[in-house]
Design a protein around this ligand. Structure first.
Ligand code: ATP
Ligand code: MG
Length: 560
């Protein structure tokens, strides 16, 4: 995989320009697109690009976008995938209305057209094995060889094809091939396979069929049946376009769609091949299709990524005609941008260290007012309890700090957000020499977080009351792969062993625990978090959607 720059966008993008021109010239009165997933896995962020393009064009030009399941391979397809794909497209914010179709809806019609091809001398039944067919295909530099069965009579072909359909022959015994040109410079035109024998139960047609159409045969004809005007697909299909057009030309189809190709989405540190994603799930490398480390729509959703961030990302990367690899940082940027606006601020201590405020009266509890969103006063405030025993973040203390460390250390004074200035007086350790508690004092005159004498502190830290906070489990995620361009052929070697970190004794504000929804919150100084469905009433679990952009933005209250 090479990293190149995306081709410059011309106008909005070249596909929208084509659609606009076709509407202007009255070639079409309405644009009709389709999103054609094969239900053999969950959708991923690459599909989101295709979805946003197809549904987006239909929306912008007042057309229609069909959701069509390309269900031509019953050995790999499952109802679970059909259901998840529909849920994910809807979650992304798109709607196919009543235009839900399946290639299997057209099996009868496709079969009839295949007989038409045979009758016209454009297709024949080949008895060669798959290996023989492959071996006689030729190469980019050498022409292929005609099959010994290529000159069968129409009657013999029809008879054999009908018997294939009737289930008389075992899998792989015969195929139906288009009769085009074994010496074509385009290998896709060297008598491509149109039908294969497959004794398999189909999720929708059951055991009705013993033969199934190939992608190439089913796809264009399905487009034509549905009146698709612009059949948009990824660049790997560019070389299939002559076959797409050959079939439309030879068959009595009701419309003539045109195929256009765009560059698929590739992302650094990510693999977007369904084969790899399936193996990640089946091999137990992740917890499932919706594991928050997966680039699937379901994984992104569980991780807390808002659909608006995915739409924004897709808009930002644009649509080009040259393959490229997009920096995963672009996706993260879009996620932060959306969440920064919407997420309410809360305090959570991920790795707690106990702090005892020696001069704070025992048994006293104060309510401290905290703002819910610094840029949105309408989000209001909430009350947080402050007491003698607190938790701070373990990372916010160093016993022997280097020069630039401004947070808590022996003798140093810091601000506890919204509350008071505190100074560290004493470090308590266990037998193993680990710091287990800090003894601090507070300055009662600094209530609200400002000193009347104008003295400054260099750090503001988040905190929680020990007895008023709630325990929680927090899951932190890193890239699933360690390399910017993981090797799809040997992906297991490139997996990041540190892609998941589970913190089991985090503390959260009660206001976080009360949120029983999919709302993403910002835990101050730690990033954006969302409740995971693994939560129980006793033990809430949170996923970190993403960290804050700037790890040096430690001092909250300043500019973020
Ligand atoms: P496979 O890896 O099995 O070929 P696929 O990812 O192509 O699967 P499909 O279900 O055939 O899966 O994809 C549906 C549509 O999504 C197709 O039109 C395809 O071109 C598009 N698509 C798939 N992957 C990407 C991607 N990475 N970027 C943009 N579009 C994609
Ligand atoms: Mg595909």
């Amino acid at each position: 995989m090479t990293v190149e720059l995306a081709a410059a966008e011309v106008g909005r993008d070249f596909i929208r320009d084509i659609v606009q021109a076709d509407l202007n010239s009255h070639k079409h009165s309405q644009v009709v697109t389709r999103f054609p997933p094969e239900p053999n896995g969950y959708l991923h962020i690459g599909h989101a690009k295709s979805i946003a393009l197809n549904f987006g064009i239909a929306q912008e030009f007042s057309g229609r976008c069909h959701l069509r399941f390309d269900d031509t391979n019953p050995t790999r397809e499952e109802q679970e995938y059909i259901d998840s794909i529909q849920a994910d497209v809807r979650w992304l914010g798109y709607d196919w209305g009543t235009d839900l179709f399946y290639a299997s809806d057209y099996f009868e019609r496709l079969y009839g057209w295949a007989e038409d091809l045979i009758r016209a001398g454009h297709a024949y039944v080949d008895d060669q094995s798959q290996d023989q067919i492959r071996a006689s295909r030729g190469t980019l530099t050498e022409p292929g060889k005609n099959s010994p069965f290529r000159e069968r009579s129409v009657d013999e072909n029809l008879d054999l094809f009908r018997r294939m359909k009737a289930g008389e022959f075992p899998n792989g015994a015969r195929v139906l091939r288009a009769k085009i040109d074994m010496s074509s410079g385009n290998i896709n035109l060297r008598d491509p396979v149109l039908y294969r024998i497959l004794h398999a139960t189909h999720p929708r047609t059951g055991d009705t069929w013993s033969i199934y159409p190939s992608y190439d045969y089913a796809h264009g004809q399905s487009d034509a049946i549905e009146g698709i005007t612009h059949s948009i697909c990824t660049l790997e299909f560019e070389d299939h376009r002559p076959l797409y057009e050959w079939l439309l030309d030879k068959l009595p189809v009701p419309s003539k769609p045109r195929q256009y190709e765009f560059a698929r989405l590739n992302l650094t540190y990510t693999l977007l091949s369904k084969r790899v994603l399936t193996e990640l799930v089946r091999g137990g490398h992740v917890a499932g299709w919706d594991d928050p480390r997966m680039p699937t729509i379901a994984g992104l959703k569980r991780r807390g990524v808002p659909p608006a961030a995915i739409r924004e990302f897709v808009k930002r990367i644009g649509v080009a005609k040259a393959n490229s690899v997009v920096d995963v940082g672009m996706l993260e940027f879009s996620i932060r941008e959306v969440l920064n606006k919407s997420a309410l601020r809360r305090m959570a201590v991920l790795r707690p260290l106990k702090v005892l405020i020696e001069n704070y009266p025992e048994g006293q509890v104060e309510e401290i007012e905290a703002v819910n969103h610094p840029d949105d006063p309408s989000a209001g405030t909430r009350k947080i309890k402050f007491g003698r025993e607190l938790y701070i973040e373990r990372d916010d203390f160093m016993e022997n700090p280097p020069k630039k460390f401004f947070r808590l250390s022996p003798g140093n004074e810091v601000r506890l957000r919204y509350a008071y200035f505190i100074t560290c007086r004493e470090v308590v350790k266990n037998a193993a020499g680990e710091v287990i508690e800090l003894r601090c004092t507070y300055d009662p005159a600094t209530k609200g977080g400002n000193a009347p004498d104008g003295r400054k502190v260099k750090a503001t830290m988040h905190w929680l009351s020990a007895s008023h906070s709630v325990p929680a489990e927090i899951r932190l995620y890193n890239q699933l792969f360690v390399k910017p361009a993981p090797d799809a052929a040997n992906f297991a070697a490139d997996l990041n062993p540190q892609s998941l970190e589970i913190l089991t004794d985090a503390r959260i504000e009660p206001a976080i625990a009360e949120v029983n929804s999919s709302d993403v919150m910002q835990f101050e100084r730690q990033g954006y978090f969302v409740r995971d469905p693994d939560s129980t009433p006793e033990r809430p679990v949170f996923n970190r959607t993403i960290g804050l952009r700037d790890t040096f933005a430690k001092e909250v209250g300043g500019k973020s």
